[in-house]
Write a protein that binds this ligand. Sequence first.
Ligand SMILES: Cc1cc2nc3c(=O)[nH]c(=O)nc-3n(C[C@H](O)[C@H](O)[C@H](O)COP(=O)(O)O)c2cc1C
Length: 328
Amino acid sequence: MQEKLPALVAVAPMEGVMDATTRDLITRQGGWDFCVTEFLRVTTGRQPARVFHRICPELRQNAQTPTGIPVHLQLLGSDPQSLADNACMGVKAGAQVIDLNYGCPAKIVNRHLGGASMLRYPDRLYDATHAVAQALKTLDTPVTAKMRLGYDDTELTLDNARALNAAGISQLVVHARTRAQGYKPPAHWEWVARIEEVVDVPVFANGDIWTVNDYQRCVQVSGVQDVMLGRSSMTNPWLAKQIKQHLAGKEVEQVDFKRMLGFLLEWLKLDALVYEEIVRVMRVKQWLVMFRLRWGEEAQIVFDACKRLTNERDLINNLESYIQHTVS
Ligand SMILES: Cc1cc2nc3c(=O)[nH]c(=O)nc-3n(C[C@H](O)[C@H](O)[C@H](O)COP(=O)(O)O)c2cc1C
C-alpha cells in the first residue's frame, strides 16, 4: 500500500503584494511548504539575470526564503520559444522550479494572449508548456502550472488540464474560478476533483480558503489535501500552521486581529529596508483593504481610521493605539 504523503500548503503568487519581504515574514510563521513569486511577463527576447533577481531575490540564496522555504519562479507568456528561453535564463539565474501562469485576468495581459486567455486554446497551452518542459528537461528542472477553470466558462476546463498534463508539468494549482468569475465567492472546489481525475500529477486547490474550517470543506469537496493560499496568507499568516496542527490532531492555535496588526507593524520595519515611505504607506493600505475580507468589522474600523493618512508615523500610531486600547 502506498503511504499517504503529508499535506502541502503553499503561499500563492500575488503581483504587487507578495514580494520577497512579505514571503520572508509569512514563511517565518511556520507551516508553509513553498512560495511562488509574482509573475514575470515574458514576450520576446531573453531577460538578463538582474530581472529575475529583482522579482525573486531569493534566487541568489538557493531559491529559498531566509528560513529555507523554496520559492518557485513564475513566468507569464504565450510564445513557446520565448517562454522556453526565459525559463532557461531563470534557471541560470538560480531558479529550481519554473511555474507558468495561466490564470491572470488582467486585460492588458489577456489582450496579448497571456495568463487566463491561454485557456481559450488548449493546443496553444500545450505548445507553450511543452516547449518549457522540453527545454527544462535538459536542465533537470521541473515546470509547474497554475490555471483558472477557464476564460468565460468551464467548457474547456478538462481539455486544458489534460493539455498541461500531456505537456509535461509536474504539479498543477487550480484557482477554482473562471476569469469571468474574477474573485467572486464561492470558489468551485468541485472542479478541482474533476481535474484531479484527468491528470496524473499532484493537484493543489486554490481559492477562498480563509480558515481551517474552509480547508476541511475544501478537502471534502475537492478530494485533494494540498492547497495554495493567496489572500488568506496575508490576512492570517498562521493559517498554514493551523492547518498542519489540525491535521496532526493537535489543538489549533488561536489568532486574533490584534496579532495580525502586530504582524503588519513588524512587516513595516522590514519593508523600511526596501521601499520609500510613500510606497510603504500605499502597501499598508493594501493590507488593510485585504484584512476586511477576513476580519470584517474590526478591520473596517482600522481601515476607516487610516485610509486618508499619508505619513507612516501616523499610520503606526493608529495601529499601535488600536492594539493597546481596544478590548477584544
Ligand atoms: C493582488 C493579487 C495579485 C495576484 N497576482 C497573481 C500572480 O502574479 N500570479 C498568479 O498566478 N496569480 C495571482 N493572483 C491570484 C492568486 O494567486 C490566487 O489564485 C487568488 O487570489 C485566489 O486565491 P485566494 O482566494 O486564496 O486569494 C493574484 C491575486 C491577487 C488578489
